[in-house]
Ligand binder design. Structure first.
Ligand SMILES: Nc1ncnc2c1ncn2[C@@H]1O[C@H](COP(=O)(O)OP(=O)(O)O)[C@@H](O)[C@H]1O
Ligand SMILES: [Mg+2]
Length: 495
C-alpha cells in the first residue's frame, strides 16, 4: 500500500500553522530541547563536548485512548510472559535449535547460556527492563471490539519486545514535557490532560535501585555497559543522575566490554569486581550486536559477567528470550498456554500478535517463502538482530528470499506481516534541516516500558513504568531516532 492510500488521523491542533507563528514556535521548541537535555551527540559532526537537540515532532501525534490504556495494562502480562520464557530452558533450546546452527551471534549467546545453565546460576535473580514496541494497525479485523468510534478504525499490534538496552527512558518523558510546553505556547492548556503522565525514567531507575537493594551491599556500584562512542548520551546520563537523585549513596560507573575485558574479575564469592569496586547491578546498553564483540575477549567477559553474582539487566536468558525467533514461536497456536495460566489471558496476548512465520525447512516454511516472494510488500523479513537497520522490506524481500530459499541460512530469519499504521501530517524538526516548516506524512511507534525482578520461582516486582513514542516519515521503513530516521514524539490521547 502506498502512503497516500493509508487512512489518516486528525491532530489536536489545526495545521498548518501560520508561517510566522510556526517559525517562532520551532525556534522556542529547539531551545527548550537544548536547555532541558532532550539532546544527542551528532553523528555527522561528532564532538564529545557538544550536544544537539534530538529530532522531534512538533505537535504530539494522536493515539486512541482505549488502545493506549490497553497497551499499558497488558504490559504486566507481557513482563510475566517474558520472565517465564526466559526461565524455560527446554523452550529456548528447542526454539533456537535451528537458528543457532546458522547464526553465529545467537549461537555464541546460547553457548554462554548453556554454560551458566549447566554450572548453575550464581545469581538467580534477574532484572528485566523491557520495552514492548507496537504500532496501530488499520488493516486488522475489528476483533477486539475497541476504538470503534475512532476514525480510522485501528487496534495496535506488537512490533517486537526488547529485553536488552531498551532505550528512551529519558527521551520518552522528555518529549512529553516538551509537548506540554508547546501546547501551552499554542494556548491549548485545556488539552494538557490528554498527554498522559510519563514516569519512565523514574520507573526504570527505581527498578535498578530495587535490584541494588536486593544485592544488599551498601558499597557496591551499578555498572552501565556502554558502546565505544555513545551518541544517545542523555538517554544514559539522565538515568545515572536519576539514580543519584533517588538514592544519593549509589554510584554508577560506565565501561565498554573491551574495558571490562581488562578490568573485570570475579571475587571470592563470584562477585563482579571492576577495579576495586563490587558491582551490584549491570545494565547493558550495548552487547546486542556482533560488532560490539570485536574479539573473543569481549565474549569472555560477557561469560564472566553471566557467571558472577551481580544482578544483570538482562541476564543471558532474558537476552535470548527477546530474540525475534522466540517472538515468532510464541505466536504459534497453543504455545502461549505453556506460559500463561488462563485462556482469557492467552486470548488477550494472541490479539496483539500479527502474523509471524518461521522459514524452517518444512511445509510451513515453504509456504511462508512462497507468500513472501508473491507479495513482498505485505511483509517484513527479520534476522536475529537488534538495534535497527537489519530488516528487509518491499521488493528486497523477494530478492532475499529467492537467494536464501535453498540455504540453511533461511532458518535464522522470520517473516512478519507488515503493520499498516494510520497516517498523520506533522512537522519533523531535525538539527541542520531546512525543511522543518514543511508538513510531512508520518507514522508512529509506541513503546511501553516494563520492569520485572524475580527468579525462576518467584516474581518479586512486576510493573508498567511509562512509555515512549517515535514517529518517522510514512515513506521510511524504519524509525530509529539515533539512526537518524525517527523523531521523538509523545501521544495525544483521543476518544
Ligand atoms: N511488522 C512490522 N510492520 C511494520 N513495520 C515494522 C514491522 N516490524 C518492524 N517494523 C519497523 O522496523 C523497525 C525495526 O524493527 P524491529 O523489529 O523493532 O527491529 P530492531 O530490533 O532492529 O529494532 C521498527 O521500529 C518499525 O519501524
Ligand atoms: Mg525495534
Amino acid at each position: 500500500m502506498n502512503a497516500s492510500d493509508q487512512p489518516s488521523m486528525g491532530l489536536c491542533v489545526k495545521l498548518p500553522l501560520p508561517q510566522a507563528e510556526l517559525q517562532e514556535l520551532i525556534d522556542k521548541a529547539k531551545d527548550w530541547s537544548l536547555m532541558n537535555g532532550a539532546c544527542m551527540r551528532s553523528k555527522k559532526n561528532f564532538n564529545r563536548d557538544t550536544l544537539q537537540f534530538a529530532p522531534f515532532i512538533l505537535i504530539p501525534s494522536s493515539f486512541p485512548r482505549t488502545e493506549f490504556n490497553r497497551a499499558c495494562e497488558i504490559q504486566i502480562i507481557l513482563n510475566e510472559l517474558m520472565h517465564r520464557v526466559a526461565h524455560d530452558y527446554e523452550f529456548l533450546k528447542e526454539t533456537l535449535k535451528e537458528t543457532i546452527k546458522v547464526d553465529t551471534f545467537t549461537r555464541k549467546l546460547f553457548d554462554i547460556y548453556e554454560t551458566v545453565h549447566s554450572e548453575g546460576f550464581t545469581q538467580k535473580v534477574s532484572l528485566g527492563m523491557l520495552r514492548s514496541d507496537l504500532m496501530l494497525d488499520t488493516s486488522c479485523p475489528k476483533e477486539r471490539g475497541c476504538s470503534q468510534n475512532h476514525k480510522p478504525y485501528c487496534c495496535w499490534k506488537q512490533v517486537e519486545i526488547n529485553t536488552i538496552a531498551s532505550g528512551f527512558g529519558w527521551l520518552g518523558p522528555a518529549a512529553t514535557k516538551l509537548h506540554k510546553y508547546i501546547l501551552q505556547e499554542l494556548d491549548r492548556t485545556n488539552e494538557l490532560k490528554n498527554l498522559p503522565d510519563n514516569n519512565a525514567l523514574q520507573g526504570l531507575c527505581t527498578g535498578m535501585i530495587d535490584a541494588w537493594n536486593i544485592y544488599n551491599d551498601p558499597k557496591a556500584v551499578i555498572l552501565f555497559i556502554i558502546e565505544n562512542v555513545t551518541y544517545n548520551i542523555c538517554d544514559q546520563r539522565f538515568h545515572e543522575f536519576e539514580i543519584r537523585r533517588l538514592n544519593p549513596s549509589i554510584k554508577v560507573i560506565r565501561r565498554t566490554l573491551s574495558e571490562l575485558a581488562v578490568e573485570a574479575r570475579l571475587g571470592p564469592k563470584k562477585e563482579l569486581i571492576v577495579g576495586e569496586q563490587t558491582v551490584a547491578v549491570v545494565y547493558f546498553r550495548c552487547g546486542y550486536e556482533p560488532s560490539q564483540y570485536p574479539t573473543e575477549k569481549e565474549w569472555d567477559v560477557r561469560l564472566l559477567i553471566e557467571r558472577s553474582l551481580t544482578i544483570k539487566s538482562p541476564s543471558i536468558q532474558y537476552h535470548l528470550a527477546g530474540a525475534k525467533k522466540v517472538q515468532q514461536a510464541l505466536a504459534k497456536p497453543g504455545v502461549l498456554a505453556r506460559f500463561l495460566k488462563d485462556e482469557e489471558t492467552v486470548q488477550q496476548i494472541r490479539g496483539i500478535f500479527t502474523g509471524l512465520y518461521a522459514l524452517d525447512f518444512d511445509e510451513h516454511g515453504e509456504n511462508a517463502i512462497d507468500m513472501g516472494i508473491a507479495n513482498p510488500e505485505r511483509f517484513v523479513l527479520k534476522p536475529q538482530r537488534e538495534g535497527g537497520g537489519n530488516n528487509v522490506y518491499g521488493n528486497n524481500i523477494k530478492t532475499a528470499l529467492e537467494s536464501m530459499k535453498d540455504q540453511q541460512e533461511r532458518s535464522a530469519w522470520i517473516l512478519m506481516d507488515r503493520i499498516q499504521p494510520p497516517l498523520q501530517r506533522n512537522y519533523q524538526i531535525r538539527a541542520g534541516s531546512d525543511t522543518d516548516t514543511e508538513m510531512k506524512e508520518v507514522v508512529s511507534e509506541l513503546g511501553i516500558f516494563g520492569v520485572l525482578i524475580g527468579d525462576e520461582k518467584n516474581i518479586i516486582i512486576n510493573r508498567q513504568v511509562g512509555h515512549m513514542l517515535r514517529t518517522k516519515l510514512a515513506s521510511a521503513d524504519e524509525g530509529g531516532v539515533a539512526s537518524g530516521l525517527g523523531a521523538c514524539d509523545s501521544p495525544y490521547l483521543t476518544d
